[in-house]
Design a protein around this ligand. Structure first.
Ligand SMILES: [Zn+2]
Length: 88
């Protein structure tokens, strides 16, 4: 069974619409008539597949986690630098 949560259009961020509700297989298209993605229909799995976007989101989450971990280390480094400066 396909995931029925439809992602927004990758080009214009409009909501998609079901191309033919009577069809057993779900095909979608962009609901904004001037968008190129409204000129064709896409299988729901293809529509929701965003491998580059998913990879970038994973990379962003990893970078954010590393930045937060680095921030946790920052007070120790600042304190060490302060002590080193005071000790001359
Ligand atoms: Zn669109």
């Amino acid at each position: 069974m396909s995931d029925l949560t439809l992602k927004l259009c990758p080009f214009c961020k409009s909501a998609p619409r079901i191309a033919d509700p009577s069809c057993m297989t779900l095909y979608v298209q962009c609901s904004f008539d001037e968008c190129p993605a409204s000129w064709a229909v896409f299988h729901i799995d293809k529509w929701n597949s965003r491998p580059v976007e998913d990879a970038l989101r994973a990379e962003l989450a990893d970078a954010t986690a590393r930045a937060e971990a680095a921030e946790d280390q920052l007070p120790d480094e600042v304190e060490l630098a302060r002590r080193a400066w005071q000790d001359g």
